[in-house]
Design a protein around this ligand. Structure first.
Ligand code: CO8
Length: 374
């Protein structure tokens, strides 16, 4: 390994539309009442289950989410549609996800004080890409005028941290000089707005980071990556059966199993201890303990998960400054959550202070980076 590898800049693009819990609940409840009325005979005979009502108070208390941003709001609150209305674009237009990615990428390049000429690898890492090929990353690379190579990477909630892991290894090995990691999380098309248990969980956003050698850094706020750590363990508790084989299955592309669904309580119970163990092991690798960590940029799926994890790690409640929460306004943004937290809460840190960036969720997958402000 030549020199230290650092995160030298980060970018955030927030969509213009925000949807409050109450707006979602009003639309869902109207949809559910109509559904129950239209299906009262089958519901009465036990053939199908009645749709239960949702509540804005439950959502905030159970998850910490108050509102979420969406790329397109039109259609989500329409009880006859219950999904965003995203018009198709011509093959020669920029795709939706590339557009989101480019906003965040430009903001990360600016924060790293870099231009397209400084970058030689682009990774688009997120929970879904809107098509398989040509890769969204190559479209982003082309639009930004970056030479080198680009590829897409899907690891659900851990796509961003796993891509940073890859970027770190490429820069350390000398196979790349500067890597742009972008996370255009366009989750809303996969949200089942007709499902009371999950209609509130996700929001749309795009984040980005620049990873490079310490020698070439030109930014004010850079963080050395001391190391990365990843683990996966197969679980069906968070799942979507959407995929390119669906057409050959002759199955309904709108069926609930083709959208995000989960056993939320099981996920909560199983993932929290896994995350605590993972983080403790990772810190130990550097002879660090939890009390040496000044900032926890944790995955943003549920405020109660983050409270439990930091309480286990620290043996006390973490302050909002130590473990920032962005869930209240962004909701769960799949792999981008911890990167949003980093983006909004790192500039006050002092030289030598440590931070821990960590994602956890579908797969299951956990990815972490131990960072030190330089
Ligand atoms: N309104 C009112 N009541 C509700 C609602 C609602 N909207 N939803 C559920 N309830 C009811 C339940 O029916 C239940 O009633 P009862 O006790 O009568 O059976 C009661 O409230 C309690 O339900 P739960 O036990 O399910 O409630 P929890 O306290 O567990 O909260 C959560 C539910 C918020 C879902 C919680 O379990 C959770 O957050 N779990 C962890 C989830 C997690 O981390 N998931 C990972 C997400 S995956 C990811 O981040 C990326 C995936 C890829 C991207 C996908 C993009 C679309």
């Amino acid at each position: 390994m030549s020199s230290a590898v650092v995160i030298s800049g980060s970018g955030l693009w927030t969509p213009s539309y925000s949807v409050s819990n109450q707006e979602l609940v009003t639309a869902y409840n109207a949809y559910a009442e109509q559904f129950n009325f239209d299906n009262k005979t089958q519901i009465g005979s036990g053939e199908i289950l009645a749709k239960p009502m949702s509540s804005a108070e439950f959502i905030e208390k159970a998850s910490g989410i108050k509102s979420r941003y969406t790329y397109i709001k039109d259609g989500i609150l329409d009880t006859n549609r219950m999904r965003p209305n995203i018009p198709p674009r011509a093959d020669d237009s920029l795709s939706d996800q590339a557009e989101m990615a480019i906003y965040a990428a430009k903001s990360a390049l600016q924060s790293a004080n870099k231009t397209a000429d400084d970058i030689d690898v682009v990774i688009v890492a997120c929970a879904y890409t809107q098509r398989s090929y040509p890769a969204i990353a190559i479209e982003v690379q082309g639009a930004l005028g970056i030479k080198g190579f680009a590829f897409d990477m899907l690891v659900a909630c851990s796509a961003a941290t796993f891509a940073l892991h890859r970027a770190y290894e490429m820069v350390a090995a000398g196979t790349a000089k500067s890597v742009l990691v972008v996370n255009p999380e366009l989750t809303s098309p996969q949200v089942n707005y007709c499902d009371r248990d999950s209609h509130f969980i996700f929001g749309d956003v795009a984040t980005a980071m620049v990873v490079e050698n310490k020698e070439s850094v030109r930014s004010e706020h850079a963080f050395e990556i001391l190391s990365t750590k990843a683990v996966t363990q197969y679980s069906n508790n968070i799942r979507s059966n959407f995929g390119y084989v669906s057409r050959a299955n002759d199955s309904d592309p709108f069926a609930a199993d083709k959208l995000f669904h989960q056993a939320g309580r099981k996920v909560f119970k199983e993932v929290c201890p896994m995350a605590v163990e993972h983080i403790e092991e990772h810190l130990t690798r550097h002879q660090l303990s939890s009390s040496d960590v000044s900032r926890w940029w944790l995955h943003q799926a549920n405020i109660n998960m983050n409270t439990l994890i930091t309480r286990k790690l620290l043996g006390r409640e973490a302050s909002k400054q130590e473990a920032p929460i962005v869930l209240d306004t962004y909701a769960n943004t799949a792999s981008a959550g911890s990167i949003i937290a980093f983006n909004l809460y790192h500039q006050d840190m002092r030289q030598g202070e440590h931070g821990l960036l960590c994602s956890f969720g579908a797969g299951y997958s956990i990815g972490s980076l131990v960072l030190r402000k330089i």
